[in-house]
Write a protein that binds this ligand. Structure first.
Ligand SMILES: *[C@@H]1O[C@H](CO)[C@@H](O)[C@H](O)[C@H]1NC(C)=O
Ligand SMILES: *[C@@H]1O[C@H](CO)[C@@H](O)[C@H](O)[C@H]1NC(C)=O
Ligand SMILES: *[C@@H]1O[C@H](CO)[C@@H](O)[C@H](O)[C@H]1NC(C)=O
Ligand SMILES: *[C@@H]1O[C@H](CO)[C@@H](O)[C@H](O)[C@H]1NC(C)=O
Length: 309
């Protein structure tokens, strides 16, 4: 009996992955053949191909903006933010995407900082962000037992982002109060960014935080995502394209009312970019257990951003 368990798990994972490819990639691609006039006629008006993205709400509320992803360590941009980062950076959305990384990732040894900084630039290039738009700071020390000063983070953001009225809308994206895994560096970034937004209220910037997932949700592979996508497709067909908010979450309750939030679902193409950025870009981080983490983690295919102001 017991020796069957691994093969049983493997079957569940394979089935779930195939179902996910159908729901996230095949169905939207087939649908776009019927809904996009440009694809039907093969005459294209814009320089960007009509890409069918799965976000809730649709179309994406973040467009024509300058978007700052504020992360703690090289690789956070892939391990936690890749669905939202890749989606927001798609040319059709007209955003300028900037990455601000608060440490060089030198917790193991100082000499690692240079390698991991270079890897972050490499990963960003794979994700479609050129080096000019990547800022890596070495003033904050990477470490599981290090809390970063909230006022220092606020002042650093003031220097990088600037304050006051800007021509284009400015959006800041960072961790939430639980920092994905209660990592003190991530939580410090949340507190520092909130501090920045509160101090410079008149700047009119929007702040979104990445909702931390509970343990079971985090390692749900594509199982939970499949249920959500399935319900979404069905409701779109049945209600004939009426916008319906995907609201299914079996493990957590959203108890924050009236806040706008955005859900991002990667498709196979976006997931492939994330794997490339992680496995090739952040080569030094690919110890054996990371491969398992990458496959099972829900953050690679799903992001839930919650607007805080
Ligand atoms: C973004 O800019 C493009 C080009 O200027 C424009 O066509 C589009 O309507 C804008 N989108 C939004 C949401 O303002
Ligand atoms: C990088 O920043 C420049 C200047 O703000 C901007 O024009 C460009 O679109 C950005 N690149 C990306 C990929 O967002
Ligand atoms: C954090 O932990 C490391 C080793 O675990 C130690 O060398 C370092 O001094 C600690 N830093 C702080 C600020 O406590
Ligand atoms: C989704 O959840 C929000 C907040 O819990 C609620 O206000 C909204 O009505 C829900 N939408 C649907 C379609 O159930």
């Amino acid at each position: 009996m017991i020796h069957r368990i691994p093969s049983y798990i493997l079957k569940v994972l394979t089935t779930s992955f195939v179902a996910w490819i159908i729901l996230s990639t095949a169905i939207p691609q087939i649908m776009s053949k019927y809904s996009e006039q440009e694809i039907q006629t093969n005459v294209y008006k814009k320089a960007t191909y009509p890409y069918n993205s799965i976000t809730s709400p649709t179309p994406l509320p973040i467009q024509n903006s300058t978007v700052y992803f504020i992360i703690g360590h090289p690789d956070d941009e892939v391990m936690f933010f890749s669905p939202s980062l890749v989606e927001i950076a798609k040319p059709k959305n007209g955003n300028d995407v900037k990455l601000v990384c608060f440490s060089t990732g030198d917790s193991v040894h100082e000499s690692m900082g240079r390698i991991r900084s270079e890897e972050l630039r490499q990963s960003a290039r794979i994700l479609g962000i050129d080096s000019d738009n990547v800022t890596i700071l070495d003033t904050f020390k990477d470490g599981m037992n290090v809390t970063w000063d909230s006022n220092e983070i606020r002042d650093t953001l003031k220097d990088i982002v600037g304050v006051g009225k800007s021509q284009r809308p400015v959006v800041l994206i960072t961790f939430d109060e639980n920092g994905v895994s209660y990592h003190p560096n991530h939580i410090s970034l949340y507190l520092g960014t909130v501090n920045f937004i509160k101090t410079y209220k008149n700047s009119d910037y929007k702040l979104f935080v990445l909702k931390s997932l509970t343990f079971w949700e985090k390692y749900s592979f594509t199982l939970l995502t499949n249920v959500e996508l399935f319900v979404d497709h069905i409701s779109r067909w049945i209600f004939n394209n009426i916008e319906i908010d995907i609201n299914i979450s079996f493990f957590t309750k959203s108890d924050i009312p009236n806040l706008s939030s955005i859900k991002f679902y990667s498709d196979l193409n976006m997931l492939s970019v994330s794997y490339a950025a992680m496995c090739y870009g952040h080569y030094s981080q690919m110890v054996w257990f990371r491969y398992g983490w990458l496959v099972l983690s829900r953050y690679l295919t799903f992001n839930h951003l919650i607007q805080l102001n």
